[in-house]
Design a protein around this ligand. Structure first.
Ligand code: NAD
Length: 330
């Protein structure tokens, strides 16, 4: 079985690749796993160091908008898992062009190549942010898409293109829409690694607005297990929400991060709220639970403690990246 993973040098994609190649998922294991990654500021080959010597891994530095390269790499592939994206909301507010190019044009390029190559399964990794914001209750997969940021609008566009390639051409696409991830190897501009690394350095942390925005936090390992279940047994043309059920306001998460690092609230600096900031995300995960037996395994307290420890132990990984990080992030 040959697998193509786009964005496999980023936070979630590299976790997926490390897990696949270390035998964390049921057989069949891939005979070849190709990672296609542009290595933007957010990706680095070093994230694959633990599996770099695996003879099944082939790393290709390239762009998903490069139709010729993508056609070559999808040829003979059984499964595509598509993570590659511009992923940071704050960057999409200051400049959306790369988001449209990579997330929309890049995804269409990949879908077209997969169609022409006759790929057996295409998993499109989308996000719960495509739904917009919800004050009460949770979104099921048939909820209307009302994205509010240029990032989520570009992800909604790619999500709909993936759906259309199934409806129009019969491409065996599955779409996953996951909540906020945390874990090791996350670029230190996103809230958890930004706050942890600032606090480890004795520096203050920026909290947007009133801090009452609610996110559902899921460990990256639980997200990747959900993706793998969908790759193995998801029904073509279907959408699967993935979430953790740990809903926290940003203030609550900040309190837990301060406690984990042993810092006080005087380290918190309120900053002007993000434009168009979604108030609350909440996915209903009944479908993936009922159809595929999905359950998150990592208890939030344990996952957060492990994550804080990882950043404390891996300064050499994040210190150089932090110099390239956006000024605030959540
Ligand atoms: P990330 O920014 O850490 O990684 C993205 C990777 O894509 C990087 O390695 C980057 O080099 C690569 N890339 C970017 N543009 C590319 C291009 N044009 N061609 C090839 N490679 C390119 O992102 P992440 O947090 O790992 O997110 C992965 C996917 O999961 C994204 O599609 C994102 O929308 C989705 N997602 C993320 C979260 C989250 O909480 N982080 C939650 C739900 C869904």
């Amino acid at each position: 079985m040959r697998v193509l993973v786009t964005g496999g040098a980023g936070f979630i994609g590299s976790h997926y690749v490390r897990q696949v190649l270390s035998g964390a998922y049921p057989p069949p294991e891939p005979t070849e796993l190709i990672v296609l990654d542009k290595l933007t500021y957010a990706g680095c080959e070093e994230n694959l160091t633990p599996v770099a010597d695996d003879p099944r891994l082939r790393f290709v530095r390239g762009d998903i908008t490069d139709a010729g390269l993508v056609a070559e790499l999808t040829s003979g592939v059984d499964l595509v898992v598509h993570f590659a994206a511009e992923s940071h909301v704050d960057r999409s507010i200051t400049g959306a062009a790369d988001f449209v190019t990579t997330n929309v044009v890049g995804t269409q390029t990949l879908l077209q190549a997969a169609l022409q190559a006759g790929v057996g399964r295409f998993v499109h990794v989308s996000t719960d942010e495509v739904y917009g914001t919800i004050d009460e209750g949770s979104w099921t997969e048939d909820h209307v898409l009302e994205p509010n940021s240029p990032y989520s609008a570009s992800k909604a566009s790619s999500d709909l293109l993936a759906r259309a390639y199934h409806r129009t051409h019969g491409l065996p696409v599955c779409i996953t829409r996951c909540s906020n991830n945390y874990g090791p190897y996350q670029f230190p501009e996103k809230m958890v690694p930004l706050f942890v690394t600032n606090l480890l350095d004795g520096r203050p942390v920026p909290l947007y607005g009133d801090g009452l925005h609610v996110r559902d936090w899921l460990h990256v390992d639980d997200h990747c297990r959900g993706i793998q279940l969908v790759a193995e047994r998801g029904r073509p043309g279907e959408i699967y929400n993935i979430g953790g059920g740990t809903e926290l306001t940003n203030r609550e998460l900040t309190g837990r991060l301060l406690a984990a690092v042993g810092a006080d609230w005087d380290m918190v600096r309120p900053v002007t709220d993000r434009s168009g900031h979604d108030r609350r995300y909440s996915v209903d995960t009944g479908k993936i639970r009922a159809e595929l037996g999905y359950r998150p395994r990592v208890a939030f307290a344990d996952g957060l403690a492990d994550t804080v420890r990882w950043y404390a132990d891996n300064r050499a990984w994040w210190e150089p990246r932090k110099r390239r990080a956006a000024p605030v992030g959540a």
